[in-house]
Design a binder for this molecule. Sequence first.
Ligand SMILES: *Cc1c(COP(=O)(O)O)cnc(C)c1O
Length: 245
Amino acid sequence: MSDPVSEVAIGQRRLELATRLAAVRQSIADAATATGRKPSDITLVVVTKTWPPTDVRILADLGVGDVGENRAQEAAAKHSKCSELPLRWHFIGQLQTNKCHLVVDFVDLVHSVDRSSLVTALDRSVLQARREPLMALVQVNLDAPSSVSVERGGVAPAQALALAAQIASTGGLILGGVMGVAPLGVDPQPAFEQLREVSEAILDEYPSATIVSAGMSGDYVAAINAGATHVRMGAAVLGRRAYLE
Ligand SMILES: *Cc1c(COP(=O)(O)O)cnc(C)c1O
């Protein structure tokens, strides 16, 4: 049954991922400790977009508990090949309202809720799927007004509390906190500090919305410095993506 060639390839890939994962975990732990937090306060979400189900399997075997995907179809297809693994699935990409039904069956946390119509659509999909309530984060746009928008979505900081309130008012969604992507090519620290301020304003009204999803492979240390509870890392663990996501 087993193909010796692919077994060798998987063994090599496992070694590669184990090495990078160990380095990333150590670096996250160091960053947490440096800011007086416990390493266990930071959740590593390994972003598996563009990578095959075999990699997801290896990651689960290496003790990864959280994986992230940014496209509904890709996420659903990959999950269907890995559904028995003990993983939490995070949806981190822009989500069209007509694709919600593709992800609500298996996703544990949607990081990228950035508009009222998406709250309504997700809530409806959750109720139709008869699943337990789905945790949702408010994605906040952290681009400086002057910077070139990279179209990665996100509600304006001033609108975040209102969107949080809408999420909290639904039956199908649980408000988990906030998510942000720092602008590229500039110091990310001010953006992450802005996200922290939005998080604190939401926490004042919704004390259980403690999640701050911030930081990717290039800027996770700055994000942890600014209070990130979840870092979303692809390239640092899996390598550079061969094609555009
Ligand atoms: C792809 C992606 C990541 C991971 O990016 P890396 O640079 O590979 O770590 C994190 N967050 C979002 C929203 C993404 O789309």
